[in-house]
Design a protein around this ligand. Sequence first.
Ligand SMILES: C[S@@+](CC[C@H](N)C(=O)[O-])C[C@H]1O[C@@H](n2cnc3c(N)ncnc32)[C@H](O)[C@@H]1O
Ligand code: SF4
Ligand code: SF4
Length: 353
Amino acid sequence: MKHMINHFNTRDKLRSLFSFFERLCHSDTNPSSFSLERIELSSIDQCNGRCRYCYLWKGKRKALELKHITDFLISVQELTTQDTIIDLTGGEATLRKDLPEIIQTCVTSGLIPNLVTNGYRLADKNYAKQLCDSGLRHVAISLDGFQKSNDYLRGNGSYEKVIRALENLAEQHVHVVTTSVITSKNINELNDLIDWLEEKRYINGYNLQILTNYFGRYRDKEEWYKKSELWPKDTRAIDTFTKQLQTGLEKRKTIPSISASQVQFWNTYLKDPGSFKKKSDIECTIGNKFISFTPYGKIKFCHVLDSVGSIINNDIKTILCSRMSQRRRKQIKKCNKTCNYILNCQYRLLVEG
Ligand SMILES: C[S@@+](CC[C@H](N)C(=O)[O-])C[C@H]1O[C@@H](n2cnc3c(N)ncnc32)[C@H](O)[C@@H]1O
Ligand code: SF4
Ligand code: SF4
């Protein structure tokens, strides 16, 4: 009898060991193995901006029904952690009348909503308060420079609106970060802009990002930057920009979102973007950490590759465990595109590759 119990124990142990390895091997078919760090909810492709480098506003004017969004937010909870950030973006998310409800549902689903916005509607104090009262505590607002260059790049009157939005958000004590795209039109003033932002104690950080063709006019065209009037082509301007940025880093000891190696990367990349290629044996790290939800209800693992399913027909767990998702994950591992994510978040893969 004792012998039999031992035998069963051993068999059970083997079985559980086997099922552990099975789960490990098929972790992408097991919903509990997902732990999303970031979700991008692009709920509308309309935009009230007309930025020179972005063509998202030419979308098909699609805004997904609120029900699909709330169902998604409730069901995705199981795949997230208490630190998962959800970027509310578009187009321009503030064009959705139901944005306050979306923010509330994010909060009740345990997600941290971060509004990615051009800030125009936040220039209205009451609207800014309404969003914050709904639970918004994080905002990323686009600002490319001082009045002349910002308005050239992002449209007349955009600077004034963003400044008012920043003041309104300061009154609400939310965490605000600015984002600037590095272009030929603002490269000479980005360091002054950083100095100015540093003085404003209510602005918590600033990001700089490389101009890409993924939201742009020359999508998928090789060497598109050669044709773009916005690509910084003046090498002296690039050197001055990166030198001042390095000095700023040394002076301030730290700029949270910018590192010395990134500045060095910008210097070489801006001068010759074509010479950087991600090697296919270096895996893209986007993996199981990120999903993007499009205004058409599609789920994507990154901005560039095709979707893996639609939330209108399936729940999120079924989509993430589907064969299509498994195929896409394999594709991600081999992908060697130099996309926004790689350029702005994982530039090390290009440098070290
Ligand atoms: C696509 S927008 C959507 C959110 C919102 N409408 C806004 O402007 O912040 C998100 C960010 O992408 C940036 N962006 C747009 N087109 C870009 C491009 N071609 N290259 C790099 N960044 C771009 C914008 O400046 C903005 O900071
Ligand atoms: S960058 Fe934002 S504000 Fe500008 S056109 Fe694109 S989506 Fe609209
Ligand atoms: S490298 Fe490829 S898989 Fe990775 S984020 Fe870019 S386009 Fe997507």
